[in-house]
Design a protein around this ligand. Structure first.
Ligand code: ATP
Ligand code: MG
Length: 348
């Protein structure tokens, strides 16, 4: 076992795993599974910077706050953008899962995107400690996702995992318990939402907020023409007369805008494949590409990638839970998986 992580031997049952994502934060506990799943959103008092709400309640306030309050997403593109607010958010999340039975300062395994800088890794360790953890250990997201998927990560067998989250799409090749290639690409769920805001503004002369755009994406968003047409009625503010207005959006009208973003992701996957060692390439041809993260659920994305790259593509069973499920397995079988932990000094 890596000597750096010896201190973690004998995991206590109240140690926590955290998937700190741009869109969602999930927390698991060794013997209890996932105990928190909340949007990574905070509403603060604009003057005092005190927390007003966190998680799901804060997310509902996006675009609706009075001047005295501000809604913030403290992570951008998978990394901490606002250190102080991230710390406060985590502290509130710890409080939510804290029970009298728990130690007040748990040890924590927390994920970071593969290939982030040492500074960004240290920031995650420090923020986790400042928020109340006794010790913090890092795992790279795609490695956690692979373990969550049930892959044998220590095999000399290459797997490609494409984790499409809110802020970033992480395209990774893993083999022999490590990340061989990683690319973090800033086209993911949030960009799909922005494209919908823009489309609705241009084609329907209607202004909508980001939560409405996300609702449209999840209800009817598609990147290829579907056999079945979906539609949703939404409200916004008319650009023409400034008044509230309802419109109906269908899946087929979004294909062009969202399909263009899917093509950008496909080109990034292609460029990683082109740089992948031949032996690993043939493994990927055999194993296919696994899609994880909430963005994997955009309709037709798997099919579009499959057709463009002529490779099998499958969506993880629980795309939003792959990473936290992997961390949970690590907590449960630490001896087996501790080798995959990385220190803040690990660089590519
Ligand atoms: N059914 C769905 N259809 C389309 N998109 C979805 C669906 N469910 C969730 N999403 C999108 O998935 C994204 C969140 O995914 P996820 O929780 O994996 O991201 P994250 O881990 O917080 O972000 P990151 O990994 O970039 O830090 C959001 O953009 C959300 O809108
Ligand atoms: Mg994620």
């Amino acid at each position: 076992m890596n000597k750096y992580f010896k201190g973690f031997l004998g995991i206590f049952s109240d140690d926590l795993g955290i998937d700190l994502g741009t869109s969602n934060t999930l927390i698991c506990m060794k013997n209890k599974g996932v105990i928190l799943n909340e949007p990574s959103v905070v509403t603060i008092n604009t003057k005092t910077k005190d927390i007003f709400e966190v998680g799901g309640t804060a997310k509902k306030m996006i675009g609706k706050t009075p001047n005295a309050l501000e809604t913030i997403r403290p992570l951008k593109n998978g990394v901490i953008a606002d250190y102080e607010i991230t710390e406060k958010m985590l502290r509130e999340f710890y409080k939510k899962v804290h029970s009298k039975k728990l130690f007040s300062s748990p040890r924590v395994i927390i994920c970071v995107p593969a290939g982030v800088t040492q500074v960004e890794k240290r920031a995650v360790i420090e923020v986790t400690r400042e928020a109340g953890a006794r010790e913090a250990f890092l795992i790279e997201e795609p490695m956690a996702a692979a373990i969550g998927l049930g892959l044998d990560v220590f095999d000399p067998n290459g797997h490609m995992i494409v984790d499409i989250g809110g802020g970033t799409s992480e395209i990774t090749v893993i083999s022999l318990g490590g990340v061989v290639k990683a690319s973090s690409f800033r086209v993911a769920g949030d960009r799909f939402d922005m494209a919908i805001v823009e489309y609705v503004r241009q084609k329907h002369n209607l202004l909508i907020g980001e939560n409405t755009a996300e609702e449209i994406k999840q209800a009817v968003g598609a990147v290829i023409e579907l056999e079945e047409e979906y539609s949703i009625e939404v409200s916004g503010r008319s650009i023409l007369n400034g008044l509230p207005k309802n419109i109906v959006i269908t899946s087929s009208e979004l294909v062009s805008a969202l399909g263009d973003l899917a093509s950008l992701i496909i080109e990034e996957i292609r460029s990683i494949l082109e740089k992948t060692l031949p032996e690993l390439s043939s493994d990927i041809k055999r194993n296919g590409i696994c899609l994880a993260g909430g963005g994997a659920l955009v309709r037709g994305l798997d099919q579009k990638i499959e057709e463009a790259l002529n490779l099998k593509v499958f969506i993880a069973e629980e795309p939003l839970y792959c990473v936290i499920n992997g961390i949970q397995k690590l907590l449960q079988d630490f001896d087996k998986y501790s080798r995959v932990l990385v220190s803040s000094e690990t660089e590519y």
